[in-house]
Design a binder for this molecule. Structure first.
Ligand code: NAP
Length: 480
């Protein structure tokens, strides 16, 4: 069984407590690895390390920072199989998807390595002849990255890529369930020549570690991905020091199928959006709105495609749906399905747990479609985070836009249409940070990712991601 230590001052470190905890596989129900159970003292040491390294890293020419990041990109691609396997074993992602995650994770380093060289300032015309006005961009300072388990590697590089590009040092706090791929990434960064203290890793007692990061004045920026509930707790605490924050929080994505859409493509898109990562993504379709005139036809296609999805061990190359992250996740899915059925939804397929031969302790749930769903049901306003596709009907464009926007979340929204005017109208009317038109997987390294309303603040990806780790300084020069 692999054991993951802490990393600071450029070295792997045992936790002060001497304790370790086990990570339980979602598919086998057995321990798969162990990680250090650090606490506030370990977190403080990691902050010491990041603070000590900051000035030197910030002053290293962007070209040199970029070289180390690019080298890490290549090392990640060379070690893709091992990284993917670690993701899959720890949190149950189907192995093909896990490989995809490794690729995009590596791409975040490569893209940001290039962005590091393009952090430009400005000169501004002054109102008087004897002044010169300039604006420079500087790294915000040591940053702390707090991560979720559902994309345990790509969320790390989506944060540390722009941070390192900007000249910030980082302390990474992975989700307790998924320390492995983050630890392996740190090993590769070290191999690529990352100077001591620039990247640090702590695992263990979540509250103590996160509070240490939040309340240490040397940490100038908190970048968090996780639930809205926890995001709000962190925001309140960060307010104490008016700390810079980026929040990538929960979502409740509408997925709209208009009657002029290519129904085959729309159903394929709904499958990709809903069932990727076994329904455990922040951008997954949570409410599938279908125009009434095409409802029956759409449901027929969706049912056929859903029933052909292969449920199995996450390491099996053919698996499309695997185990949910833990038993609590299965309970939540069951609760949402029972609630919908009790309130009058129709079960089209699935609707129960299932077992996979040789993986009897796994957290498997059948891919499920619910039709006749309405807004009283939990599935329409809470994140289900599982393989459940709730389908709702609508009559008009105006009605569906109002329904789609009727939520506190605002991360991703999708719609299918062939009407160009409608494509413009609806994409502008949807109150979301990301809109996919005939595109169920819009996320890409060069574009901004992030939400509005209670889905968060700040953007990751593209040049927008680097902005989050930069301060803007105005310098006014009098010429005498
Ligand atoms: P989570 O429970 O909010 O946890 C996220 C991180 O916060 C973990 O490292 C967790 O540590 C830590 N944490 C939990 N409770 C805390 C507390 N009271 N104080 C301080 N830190 C705390 O979220 P999750 O279950 O890992 O991830 C799923 C959620 O993330 C979903 O809501 C999903 O929509 C969202 N998400 C959003 C995006 C995006 O880009 N917008 C991307 C992926 C996921 P432990 O692991 O030790 O609990």
């Amino acid at each position: 069984m692999e054991t993951y230590l802490l990393f600071y001052n450029g070295e792997w470190q045992k936790p002060v407590s001497g304790d370790f905890y086990e990570i339980i596989s979602p598919t086998t129900g057995e321990p798969v690895s162990k990680a250090a159970y650090g606490d506030e003292e370990d977190a403080k040491r990691a902050v010491d390390s990041a603070a000590d390294a900051f000035k030197k890293w910030a002053n290293l020419p962007a070209k040199n920072r970029a070289e180390i990041m690019t080298k890490t990109y290549h090392l990640m691609m060379e070690n893709s199989d091992e990284l993917a396997r670690t993701i899959s074993v720890e949190m149950g992602k189907p192995i093909k998807e896990a490989r995809g995650e490794v690729s995009i994770a590596a791409e975040y380093l490569l893209w940001n390595a290039e962005e590091a060289k393009r952090i430009y300032g400005e000169t501004i015309p002054a109102s008087v002849p004897n002044k010169r006005l300039k604006v420079i961009r500087q790294p915000v300072g040591p940053a702390a990255a707090i991560l979720p388990w559902n994309f345990p590697l790509s969320m790390v590089t989506r944060k540390i890529g722009p941070a390192l590009a900007a000249g910030c040092t980082v302390v990474i706090k992975p989700a307790s369930q998924t320390p492995g791929s983050a630890a392996k990434l740190v090993k590769l960064l070290d191999e690529a020549g990352m100077p001591k203290g620039v990247v640090n890793l702590v695992t263990g007692n979540t509250n103590k570690i996160v509070d240490t990061l939040l309340f240490d004045e040397r940490i100038k920026k908190i970048t968090f991905t996780g639930s809205t509930e926890v995001g709000k707790i962190l925001l309140r605490k960060a307010a104490e020091q008016v700390k810079r924050v980026s929040m990538e929080l929960g979502g409740h994505a509408p997925f709209i199928v208009f009657d002029d859409a290519d129904l085959e493509a729309a159903a394929e898109g709904a499958i990709a959006s809903k069932f990727r990562n076994t329904g455990q993504t922040c951008v997954c379709a949570n409410r599938i709105y279908v125009q009434s005139s095409v409802m029956d036809k759409f449901l027929e296609i969706l049912k056929e495609k859903t029933e052909s999805l292969k449920v199995g061990d996450s390491l099996d190359e053919n698996t499309q749906i695997s185990a949910l992250v833990n038993k609590a996740a299965v309970k939540k899915v069951q609760k949402h399905v029972y609630d919908a059925l009790e309130k009058g939804a129709r079960l089209i397929t699935g609707g129960e747990r299932c077992t996979v031969p040789n993986f009897e302790k796994g957290n498997f749930y059948k891919p499920t479609i619910l039709a006749g769903v309405d807004e009283r049901m939990l599935v329409t306003f809470e994140e289900t985070f599982g393989p459940v596709a709730p389908v709702l009907g609508f009559e008009t464009e105006e009605e569906v836009i109002n329904k789609a926007n009727n939520t506190n979340y605002g991360l991703a929204a999708y719609f299918y249409t062939k009407d160009l005017a409608r494509a413009h109208r609806v994409s502008e009317a949807l109150e979301y940070g990301i809109v996919g038109i005939n595109d169920p997987v819009p996320t890409t390294v060069q574009a901004p990712f992030g939400g509005v309303k209670e889905s968060g603040m700040g953007r990751e990806g593209g040049h927008h991601g680097v902005e989050e780790f930069l301060e803007t300084k105005f310098i006014s020069i009098g010429l005498y």
